[in-house]
Design a protein around this ligand. Structure first.
Ligand SMILES: [Zn+2]
Length: 309
Protein backbone atom coordinates (compact mmCIF):
# COMPACT_ATOMS: atom_id res chain seq x y z
CA UNK A 1 0.00 0.00 0.00
CA UNK A 2 1.45 3.37 -0.92
CA UNK A 3 2.07 5.91 1.82
CA UNK A 4 0.09 9.15 2.08
CA UNK A 5 2.23 12.00 0.76
CA UNK A 6 1.73 15.77 0.82
CA UNK A 7 4.26 18.31 -0.40
CA UNK A 8 4.75 22.05 -0.54
CA UNK A 9 7.29 24.27 -2.29
CA UNK A 10 9.78 26.16 -0.14
CA UNK A 11 11.28 29.60 -0.62
CA UNK A 12 14.63 29.26 -2.44
CA UNK A 13 16.83 32.31 -1.88
CA UNK A 14 20.25 32.51 -3.58
CA UNK A 15 22.97 30.74 -1.57
CA UNK A 16 25.01 33.96 -1.39
CA UNK A 17 22.10 35.71 0.31
CA UNK A 18 21.66 32.87 2.82
CA UNK A 19 25.40 32.95 3.54
CA UNK A 20 25.19 36.64 4.37
CA UNK A 21 22.20 36.13 6.68
CA UNK A 22 23.92 33.27 8.50
CA UNK A 23 27.25 35.06 8.80
CA UNK A 24 25.61 37.97 10.63
CA UNK A 25 23.51 35.81 12.94
CA UNK A 26 26.10 33.17 13.81
CA UNK A 27 28.54 35.87 14.89
CA UNK A 28 26.19 36.54 17.80
CA UNK A 29 26.55 32.92 18.98
CA UNK A 30 30.13 31.98 18.05
CA UNK A 31 33.43 33.86 18.44
CA UNK A 32 34.73 32.86 14.99
CA UNK A 33 32.40 32.34 12.03
CA UNK A 34 32.87 31.96 8.30
CA UNK A 35 29.87 31.28 6.07
CA UNK A 36 30.63 30.99 2.36
CA UNK A 37 29.29 29.46 -0.83
CA UNK A 38 31.66 26.75 -2.02
CA UNK A 39 31.82 23.79 -4.35
CA UNK A 40 30.71 20.88 -2.22
CA UNK A 41 33.75 18.84 -1.22
CA UNK A 42 33.66 15.20 -2.34
CA UNK A 43 31.61 13.76 0.52
CA UNK A 44 32.64 10.21 -0.37
CA UNK A 45 36.14 11.10 0.87
CA UNK A 46 37.49 11.52 4.40
CA UNK A 47 36.41 12.91 6.79
CA UNK A 48 32.77 12.47 5.67
CA UNK A 49 32.87 9.08 3.91
CA UNK A 50 29.26 9.34 2.71
CA UNK A 51 27.72 7.44 -0.18
CA UNK A 52 27.51 10.24 -2.77
CA UNK A 53 29.78 13.10 -3.79
CA UNK A 54 27.55 16.11 -3.19
CA UNK A 55 24.22 17.55 -2.01
CA UNK A 56 23.03 18.97 -5.31
CA UNK A 57 20.37 18.14 -7.91
CA UNK A 58 16.65 18.34 -7.02
CA UNK A 59 17.25 18.96 -3.29
CA UNK A 60 14.24 18.26 -1.07
CA UNK A 61 13.34 17.54 2.54
CA UNK A 62 10.95 14.92 3.79
CA UNK A 63 9.44 14.42 7.21
CA UNK A 64 8.32 10.81 7.47
CA UNK A 65 6.09 9.56 10.30
CA UNK A 66 6.95 11.21 13.58
CA UNK A 67 7.40 11.02 17.34
CA UNK A 68 3.65 10.27 17.77
CA UNK A 69 4.48 6.83 16.31
CA UNK A 70 6.82 6.26 19.28
CA UNK A 71 4.80 7.69 22.13
CA UNK A 72 2.72 7.48 24.17
CA UNK A 73 2.48 3.95 22.64
CA UNK A 74 4.90 2.57 20.10
CA UNK A 75 3.35 1.64 16.74
CA UNK A 76 5.64 -1.15 15.66
CA UNK A 77 3.86 -1.54 12.33
CA UNK A 78 5.32 1.81 11.25
CA UNK A 79 8.17 0.47 9.16
CA UNK A 80 9.53 2.21 6.07
CA UNK A 81 12.05 1.42 3.37
CA UNK A 82 14.22 4.38 2.35
CA UNK A 83 14.24 3.09 -1.24
CA UNK A 84 10.44 3.43 -1.26
CA UNK A 85 10.60 6.79 0.51
CA UNK A 86 12.85 8.05 -2.29
CA UNK A 87 10.05 7.15 -4.72
CA UNK A 88 7.52 8.89 -2.43
CA UNK A 89 9.51 12.14 -2.75
CA UNK A 90 9.66 11.79 -6.55
CA UNK A 91 13.38 11.04 -6.62
CA UNK A 92 13.79 7.25 -7.00
CA UNK A 93 17.55 7.56 -7.64
CA UNK A 94 18.37 9.67 -4.61
CA UNK A 95 21.17 10.31 -2.18
CA UNK A 96 19.43 10.37 1.20
CA UNK A 97 20.92 11.61 4.45
CA UNK A 98 19.02 12.08 7.66
CA UNK A 99 18.02 11.28 11.20
CA UNK A 100 15.41 8.77 12.30
CA UNK A 101 14.74 5.56 14.16
CA UNK A 102 16.65 2.47 13.03
CA UNK A 103 15.01 -0.61 11.49
CA UNK A 104 14.33 -2.71 14.61
CA UNK A 105 13.65 -5.91 12.61
CA UNK A 106 17.24 -5.76 11.26
CA UNK A 107 18.88 -4.43 14.44
CA UNK A 108 16.93 -6.47 16.99
CA UNK A 109 16.04 -3.47 19.15
CA UNK A 110 14.99 0.16 18.77
CA UNK A 111 17.88 2.44 17.74
CA UNK A 112 19.03 5.80 16.37
CA UNK A 113 19.51 5.84 12.60
CA UNK A 114 22.15 7.86 10.79
CA UNK A 115 20.81 7.48 7.24
CA UNK A 116 23.38 7.67 4.43
CA UNK A 117 22.16 5.82 1.39
CA UNK A 118 21.97 5.93 -2.39
CA UNK A 119 18.71 4.47 -3.68
CA UNK A 120 17.74 3.17 -7.10
CA UNK A 121 19.76 1.05 -9.52
CA UNK A 122 23.09 1.89 -7.90
CA UNK A 123 21.85 1.34 -4.35
CA UNK A 124 24.59 1.71 -1.73
CA UNK A 125 23.92 1.73 1.99
CA UNK A 126 26.37 3.46 4.33
CA UNK A 127 23.89 3.97 7.17
CA UNK A 128 24.83 3.46 10.81
CA UNK A 129 22.74 2.88 13.90
CA UNK A 130 23.42 3.45 17.58
CA UNK A 131 21.69 1.24 20.13
CA UNK A 132 21.87 0.45 23.81
CA UNK A 133 23.51 -2.94 24.29
CA UNK A 134 22.64 -5.50 26.96
CA UNK A 135 25.07 -3.96 29.46
CA UNK A 136 23.54 -0.51 29.04
CA UNK A 137 26.30 0.99 26.91
CA UNK A 138 25.82 2.78 23.63
CA UNK A 139 26.95 0.79 20.63
CA UNK A 140 27.56 1.99 17.08
CA UNK A 141 26.99 -0.38 14.16
CA UNK A 142 27.23 -0.08 10.40
CA UNK A 143 24.03 -1.51 8.92
CA UNK A 144 24.32 -4.36 6.42
CA UNK A 145 23.87 -3.33 2.77
CA UNK A 146 20.41 -4.91 2.63
CA UNK A 147 19.06 -3.08 5.73
CA UNK A 148 17.61 -0.04 3.97
CA UNK A 149 14.67 0.34 6.33
CA UNK A 150 13.78 2.64 9.17
CA UNK A 151 11.01 2.69 11.73
CA UNK A 152 8.56 5.20 13.21
CA UNK A 153 10.11 8.43 11.88
CA UNK A 154 12.76 9.86 9.58
CA UNK A 155 13.79 13.40 8.72
CA UNK A 156 15.59 13.16 5.41
CA UNK A 157 17.31 15.33 2.84
CA UNK A 158 17.26 13.84 -0.64
CA UNK A 159 19.13 15.04 -3.69
CA UNK A 160 20.75 13.56 -6.80
CA UNK A 161 24.00 13.51 -4.80
CA UNK A 162 25.76 15.65 -7.39
CA UNK A 163 28.65 18.05 -6.90
CA UNK A 164 27.75 21.75 -6.99
CA UNK A 165 27.47 24.91 -4.96
CA UNK A 166 26.52 24.58 -1.28
CA UNK A 167 26.78 26.58 1.91
CA UNK A 168 29.83 26.05 4.07
CA UNK A 169 29.37 27.07 7.69
CA UNK A 170 32.43 27.10 9.89
CA UNK A 171 32.05 28.16 13.51
CA UNK A 172 34.40 28.01 16.47
CA UNK A 173 34.08 28.80 20.18
CA UNK A 174 30.45 29.20 21.21
CA UNK A 175 29.67 32.45 23.01
CA UNK A 176 25.84 32.20 22.96
CA UNK A 177 23.36 29.74 24.39
CA UNK A 178 22.05 27.96 21.32
CA UNK A 179 23.37 25.00 19.38
CA UNK A 180 24.64 25.24 15.81
CA UNK A 181 21.51 23.93 14.09
CA UNK A 182 19.07 26.00 16.14
CA UNK A 183 21.21 29.06 15.52
CA UNK A 184 21.06 28.51 11.74
CA UNK A 185 17.33 27.82 11.82
CA UNK A 186 16.46 30.83 13.99
CA UNK A 187 18.62 33.10 11.81
CA UNK A 188 16.70 32.03 8.70
CA UNK A 189 13.35 32.30 10.47
CA UNK A 190 14.05 35.77 11.70
CA UNK A 191 15.25 36.99 8.28
CA UNK A 192 12.75 35.23 6.01
CA UNK A 193 9.85 35.29 8.47
CA UNK A 194 6.74 33.97 6.66
CA UNK A 195 8.72 32.44 3.77
CA UNK A 196 9.61 28.85 4.76
CA UNK A 197 13.24 27.81 4.20
CA UNK A 198 14.64 24.29 4.59
CA UNK A 199 18.22 23.06 4.64
CA UNK A 200 19.76 19.62 4.64
CA UNK A 201 23.26 18.23 4.65
CA UNK A 202 26.01 17.29 7.00
CA UNK A 203 28.13 18.86 9.71
CA UNK A 204 31.20 17.77 11.57
CA UNK A 205 31.94 18.27 15.20
CA UNK A 206 35.61 18.99 14.57
CA UNK A 207 36.56 19.64 18.16
CA UNK A 208 34.82 19.40 21.54
CA UNK A 209 32.08 17.23 22.95
CA UNK A 210 28.33 16.99 22.30
CA UNK A 211 25.41 15.88 24.41
CA UNK A 212 23.62 13.18 22.44
CA UNK A 213 20.94 10.68 23.27
CA UNK A 214 20.39 7.08 22.24
CA UNK A 215 16.96 5.50 22.45
CA UNK A 216 16.92 2.23 24.35
CA UNK A 217 14.59 -0.57 23.28
CA UNK A 218 10.89 0.30 23.19
CA UNK A 219 9.41 1.32 26.50
CA UNK A 220 7.13 -1.23 28.12
CA UNK A 221 5.13 1.55 29.75
CA UNK A 222 3.48 4.47 27.93
CA UNK A 223 5.60 7.65 27.60
CA UNK A 224 3.14 10.41 28.34
CA UNK A 225 5.20 13.54 29.08
CA UNK A 226 8.63 15.09 28.58
CA UNK A 227 9.78 13.77 31.98
CA UNK A 228 8.86 10.21 30.93
CA UNK A 229 10.84 10.59 27.71
CA UNK A 230 13.91 12.00 29.43
CA UNK A 231 13.81 9.20 32.00
CA UNK A 232 13.61 6.64 29.21
CA UNK A 233 16.27 8.09 26.86
CA UNK A 234 19.95 7.52 27.55
CA UNK A 235 22.17 10.61 27.37
CA UNK A 236 25.88 10.58 26.58
CA UNK A 237 28.69 13.06 26.24
CA UNK A 238 30.25 12.18 22.88
CA UNK A 239 33.64 13.30 21.68
CA UNK A 240 34.81 14.81 18.36
CA UNK A 241 35.45 13.99 15.63
CA UNK A 242 31.86 13.16 14.66
CA UNK A 243 29.91 13.43 11.38
CA UNK A 244 26.23 14.45 11.64
CA UNK A 245 23.44 14.15 9.08
CA UNK A 246 21.11 17.05 9.50
CA UNK A 247 17.85 18.67 8.41
CA UNK A 248 16.16 21.89 9.44
CA UNK A 249 13.17 23.92 8.35
CA UNK A 250 12.10 27.33 9.60
CA UNK A 251 8.37 26.76 9.83
CA UNK A 252 5.83 24.03 10.32
CA UNK A 253 4.16 24.99 7.02
CA UNK A 254 0.89 23.43 8.19
CA UNK A 255 2.40 19.93 7.87
CA UNK A 256 3.03 19.01 11.52
CA UNK A 257 6.80 18.97 11.04
CA UNK A 258 9.80 18.37 13.24
CA UNK A 259 11.79 21.58 12.70
CA UNK A 260 15.30 20.24 13.19
CA UNK A 261 16.86 16.82 13.52
CA UNK A 262 20.51 15.77 13.44
CA UNK A 263 22.07 12.37 14.13
CA UNK A 264 25.78 11.66 14.00
CA UNK A 265 28.57 9.25 14.77
CA UNK A 266 32.25 9.04 15.52
CA UNK A 267 34.57 6.05 15.56
CA UNK A 268 32.69 4.19 18.31
CA UNK A 269 29.73 6.34 19.35
CA UNK A 270 26.61 7.80 17.78
CA UNK A 271 23.25 9.36 18.52
CA UNK A 272 20.85 12.30 18.41
CA UNK A 273 22.46 15.76 18.66
CA UNK A 274 21.28 18.10 21.39
CA UNK A 275 24.15 20.61 21.79
CA UNK A 276 27.86 20.85 22.37
CA UNK A 277 29.00 20.82 25.98
CA UNK A 278 32.39 22.47 25.43
CA UNK A 279 31.71 26.05 24.28
CA UNK A 280 35.34 27.13 24.82
CA UNK A 281 36.82 24.66 22.36
CA UNK A 282 33.94 23.65 20.12
CA UNK A 283 34.47 23.79 16.36
CA UNK A 284 31.99 22.90 13.62
CA UNK A 285 32.18 22.63 9.84
CA UNK A 286 28.90 22.20 7.96
CA UNK A 287 27.83 21.78 4.35
CA UNK A 288 24.15 22.43 3.64
CA UNK A 289 22.03 22.92 0.55
CA UNK A 290 18.72 24.76 0.33
CA UNK A 291 15.76 22.44 -0.26
CA UNK A 292 13.19 23.18 -2.97
CA UNK A 293 10.33 21.22 -1.41
CA UNK A 294 9.15 19.76 1.86
CA UNK A 295 7.39 16.40 1.58
CA UNK A 296 5.23 15.07 4.40
CA UNK A 297 5.01 11.29 4.26
CA UNK A 298 2.69 9.20 6.44
CA UNK A 299 1.79 12.07 8.73
CA UNK A 300 0.63 10.72 12.13
CA UNK A 301 -3.16 10.78 12.44
CA UNK A 302 -3.04 11.72 16.10
CA UNK A 303 -0.32 14.17 16.95
CA UNK A 304 1.36 16.02 19.84
CA UNK A 305 4.45 18.14 20.38
CA UNK A 306 6.30 15.94 22.86
CA UNK A 307 9.85 14.75 22.24
CA UNK A 308 10.65 16.95 19.24
CA UNK A 309 13.77 18.71 20.52
ZN1 LIG B 1 16.70 11.86 16.78
Amino acid sequence: MSLPVEFKPLHIPPLEEVAEVLQKALQKNFAEVEVTVVNCPDLTKEPFCLKARGLCGSPRLADVGGVPHLMPHVQKDKLYDIKTLAVSVDLPDAFVVGAGAGPYPAVGVNSELMANIVTGDNCANGSHIAKIDSSGNSQLMKLPESATGCALMLNMFASEGLPGKVLRVWAKKRTGNINLVTCIRQALLSHYSEKPIGLGGTFRLVNGHAKCHVMPDFSTVPLTCTEDVNEWLRFFDMQAPMVFLSTLITKDHGLDLRLEHSHGYGSNCGGHYHYDTTPEIVEYEAFYNVAEFIYRVDRPKITHNLGRN
